[in-house]
Design a protein around this ligand. Structure first.
Ligand code: 5RP
Length: 232
């Protein structure tokens, strides 16, 4: 990186990092899994941020040739700051991936997408053969939907059609996610909107049912994906 950028130098995680000690412990474990030449899929969120710093330290100290495929602009910026080269899914398939989650049920199905990066997170998890999901106790639920709504990324002009169709499959509360740093709704990195939806019951076929609605880009339901859960 040959920019002399104060923005990058001063870039820090924007919110509070809950359970930093636990996240750091798993970050150390994740960092030991990195091998020279690895292509890493990098999820989004504070847990990923802590792990990324620890991995970057190992890469630097041992001169490892590692490349990252990020799931968000935020993680791309942190990779640039930490000196981790980026690559894309056009050039490389990830060897493995690490990410966080908002909820994990006993079958290891997940709700993700609080950070709004659910489309790329799902694309990367689907592209990678080994996936580590780092969570603490607070993320474990008996049933998906206990604490978090299901985020659904929607092509903007399809919003009202998707609303109608989601109600037909049991969505009881739908909220267009507002942006924090701009007026109006949040616009995702793919120029779409996010609806946060509550369902009375999230069955095994709900992910497929949501995805089959025209205008839905992706949902934050990850049912029966190939993931290993690491506890922070
Ligand atoms: C972002 C995500 C995150 O992985 C999830 O929100 C967990 O974040 P954190 O590690 O900050 O608790 O899905 O879209």
């Amino acid at each position: 990186m040959n920019w002399q950028s104060d923005i990058l130098t001063n870039l820090e995680w924007s919110g509070t990092i809950i359970n930093l000690e636990g996240k750091q412990k798993v970050a150390n474990e994740i960092a030991t899994k990195v091998k020279d030449g690895d292509i890493l899929g990098v999820g989004s969120g504070s847990t990923v941020y802590v792990a990324l710093i620890t991995i970057a330290k190992r890469i630097k100290e041992e001169g490892l040739k590692v490349k990252a495929i990020p799931t968000s602009i935020e993680i791309s910026l942190f990779c640039a700051k930490l000196g981790i080269p980026l690559t894309t899914l056009f050039e490389n398939k990830p060897d493995w991936l690490f990410d966080g989650a908002d909820e994990v049920d006993p079958d290891k199905s997940l709700i993700k997408g609080r950070g709004g990066a659910l489309f790329k997170e799902k694309l990367l998890i689907s592209s990678s053969s080994k996936n580590y999901i780092i969570v603490d106790d607070s993320k474990l639920v008996k049933k998906l939907g206990t604490n978090f709504p299901v985020p659904i990324e929607i092509f903007p002009t399809a919003l009202l059609h998707v609303e109608e169709e989601l109600k037909k499959i049991g969505a009881s509360e739908l909220q267009l996610r507002p942006a924090k740093g701009k007026d109006g709704p949040i616009i995702t990195e793919n120029d779409n909107l996010i609806l946060d939806a509550r369902f009375h019951d999230i069955g095994k076929d709900m992910e497929r049912a949501i995805k089959s609605i025209t205008g839905v880009i992706e949902s934050g339901l990850f049912i029966n994906y190939n993931v290993e859960i690491l506890m922070a």
